[in-house]
Design a binder for this molecule. Structure first.
Ligand SMILES: CC(=O)SCCNC(=O)CCNC(=O)[C@H](O)C(C)(C)COP(=O)(O)OP(=O)(O)OC[C@H]1O[C@@H](n2cnc3c(N)ncnc32)[C@H](O)[C@@H]1OP(=O)(O)O
Ligand SMILES: CC(C)C(=O)C(=O)O
Ligand SMILES: [Mg+2]
Length: 561
């Protein structure tokens, strides 16, 4: 159905051209290893900020990029602004560039800018100088007002200027990079033609390669179209073995990572992007996402994202852009399940996951601990949650391993509270709710002391209780201590009482060990649940029975005494 709003009119747009490529090979390729990464956080990321980074912020982000393990880092556009120039000088003069890291700088194909760029690089040991000009029809016709030949001339001229300046600045090992900006919107034959013209100027060799960077400056098609373009480029470019094919995707349609991945399958060697995808408009390709995608498939990304919290903090403080809580791999909520069936599956899988085996946990594509997360935040409870979530939290945080029959009851009371408050229920709240429902006995009968006497095949118990009307001694016999206690209660209080379920487990070890007991009783036909913790196992069980009796009294049961 068409929109009724005249402004919202899809007929204003047309489909981006596609390449007719029936013999495409990339769909059957598999990514086997990490590409050469280049971070453009300090350049493309920076040029997209409301307030571009100060030198101090760039210094902080630079240190993070080096720590994460980037070996190629585009540090800015030194001819464009004084902070970018000063930052470049700081890196070189303060000896901040590790020997295995190469800085990269961007410049337009304009003489004055190129001259200033080489000035900024004085004293560097190695550097990539990246020159670009735009090549798409709209750029040629409307921005530059030139035919194809004129645009090629800008590229050739820029390439020549780089070669000339590099020859004058001895002492630095320069590499060159050329980007036909707006590549993905450029006719593929023209993109190849202009890059071949640049190759003719630089004459790269296998030992001295040049980088040809193919940008989806504005993402305008599905990622398979970009992959077709990259594969066609790789097949058509001259001297392929002497060039590094790099890709630089943007996220206008939300597919920058997918386009980058398909481009690798299509033959690209190198990927430019930013941490968490900061960059123009909807951002550059997110290297954290692509790297973690590889990691989760058992491929070494050759970048270290173990300290995700630090990466998120430094990037968001330097860019002044928050990271979305659902950001792939590193968002605050991406390892958290609120919904019941997810919690149930995660809890079951985690309990079967053994050290050293391949990760195999439903709903958790990686082990959150790999990137510095803990299991505590994996399961959180609100009104969408189920028994698995409540059980997980009580077990993880309070050592209370509830039997299945009680999980259902506990979940019911927690869910009721979650619905009432319409917010998340914290771990402490869950414990308090469960305690109030199944552990508290205030105002009711309390166990003061007991003694047992075993003769032949039966057990006799004498117990003194503190009750609302003072102390009381009860006595009874049974097959075991619990049934003896139940008989004693039945006789002295005049009620029908039957144990439906009981379980217990130890908490802690050695002399500090305590017992946790869980009991379900049927009292005069109604079921009640009690939990109790005590250093003495039998006391824990007897108290849990008394919790049930006290609940029945609170619910209106009348006793004979
Ligand atoms: C897709 C990308 O991310 S590309 C990188 C974009 N990044 C930036 O632009 C950030 C830094 N840039 C800047 O600060 C400024 O653009 C500067 C300082 C570099 C240059 O500023 P100005 O000289 O004022 O020029 P401006 O950027 O407006 O350039 C426009 C002129 O350069 C030409 N031009 C633009 N890009 C290029 C290029 N890559 N190569 C050659 N000429 C170019 C335009 O055709 C235009 O020419 P005209 O003046 O004859 O019409
Ligand atoms: C300068 C180029 C590589 C760029 O950032 C783009 O086209 O997006
Ligand atoms: Mg870009």
């Amino acid at each position: 159905m068409s929109s009724s709003s005249p402004a919202f009119n899809h007929k204003k747009y047309r489909r981006s051209p596609v390449i007719n490529k029936p013999n495409r090979r990339w769909p059957s390729q598999v990514i086997e290893s990490a590409p050469r990464w280049c971070s453009v956080d300090l350049r493309d990321g920076n040029q997209a900020l409301i307030e571009p980074m100060t030198v101090a912020q760039k210094q902080r982000l630079w240190k993070l990029l080096v720590k994460v393990g980037f070996k190629e880092i585009e540090i800015g556009f030194p001819s464009a602004s004084q902070p970018d120039y000063d930052f470049c000088r700081w890196l070189i003069e303060e000896n901040q560039i590790p020997d295995d890291v190469t800085i990269q700088v961007l410049v337009q194909a304009r003489e004055a800018l190129i001259e200033r760029t080489f000035e900024a690089l004085k004293g560097a040991k190695q550097a990539i100088v990246h020159v670009y000009n735009s090549t798409s029809p709209v750029q040629r016709e409307k921005v530059f007002g030139m035919e194809r030949e004129g645009i090629i001339e800008i590229a050739r001229n820029g390439a020549q200027l780089l070669a000339d300046h590099a020859a004058k600045h001895t002492g630095c090992k320069f590499s060159f990079e050329y980007s036909p900006e707006s590549f993905s919107s450029t006719e593929i034959d023209f993109a190849i033609e202009i890059c071949n013209a640049v190759i003719d100027v630089w004459r790269p060799t296998v030992d001295n390669k040049a980088i040809f960077n193919l940008p989806a400056t504005v993402e305008c098609a599905t990622p398979n179209v970009f992959a077709d373009q990259v594969e066609t480029f790789c097949d058509g470019i001259n001297n392929r073995e002497a060039i590094v094919v790099s890709v630089h995707t943007h996220n206008d349609r939300g597919s920058a990572v997918a386009a980058g991945e398909l481009a690798l399958m299509a033959g690209a060697d190198r990927v430019e992007g930013t941490l968490m995808g900061n960059g123009e408009r909807t951002g550059n390709m997110d290297i954290v996402t692509m790297g973690m995608n590889m990691y989760s498939q058992g491929i070494d990304p050759r970048l270290d994202f173990a300290n995700a919290e630090e990466i998120v903090r430094v990037v968001s403080e330097c860019t002044q852009i928050e990271v979305h809580p659902r950001h792939p791999w590193v968002g605050d909520l991406v390892y958290t399940a609120f919904s019941g069936s997810h919690q149930d599956a995660i809890r079951k899988c985690l309990s079967q996951q053994t050290e050293g085996s391949h990760w195999d946990v439903a709903y958790l594509p990686i082990d959150p601990r790999d990137i510095g997360r803990d299991y505590q935040s994996v399961i959180r409870v609100n009104s969408q949650s189920g028994k698995g979530g409540v059980a997980y939290i009580l077990e993880q945080e309070y050592g209370m391993a509830m039997p299945r029959w009680l999980q259902i009851e506990a979940s019911r009371v927690v869910q009721a509270q979650a619905e009432k408050q319409s917010t998340e229920v914290s771990s402490q709240q869950i414990y308090d709710i469960v305690k109030a429902a199944f552990m508290d006995s205030e105002g009711g009968y309390q166990l003061a002391a007991y003694s047992l006497d075993r003769n032949n095949d039966s057990e006799a118990i004498t117990a003194s209780l503190e009750g609302p009307k003072g102390s009381k001694t009860i006595a009874g016999q049974g097959d075991g201590a619990l049934s003896a206690f139940c008989h004693a209660l039945q006789d002295s209080l005049g009620i029908e009482l039957e144990i439906v379920h009981y379980d217990q487990h130890a908490i802690g070890q050695g002399t500090d060990a305590a017992a946790m007991a869980f009991v379900q009783l049927k009292i005069n036909g109604e079921r009640y649940n009690g939990i109790s913790q005590n250093n003495d196992v039998l006391s824990a069980n007897l108290n849990a029975i008394l919790v049930c009796v006290n609940q029945a009294v609170s619910a209106g049961l009348s006793l004979t005494a």
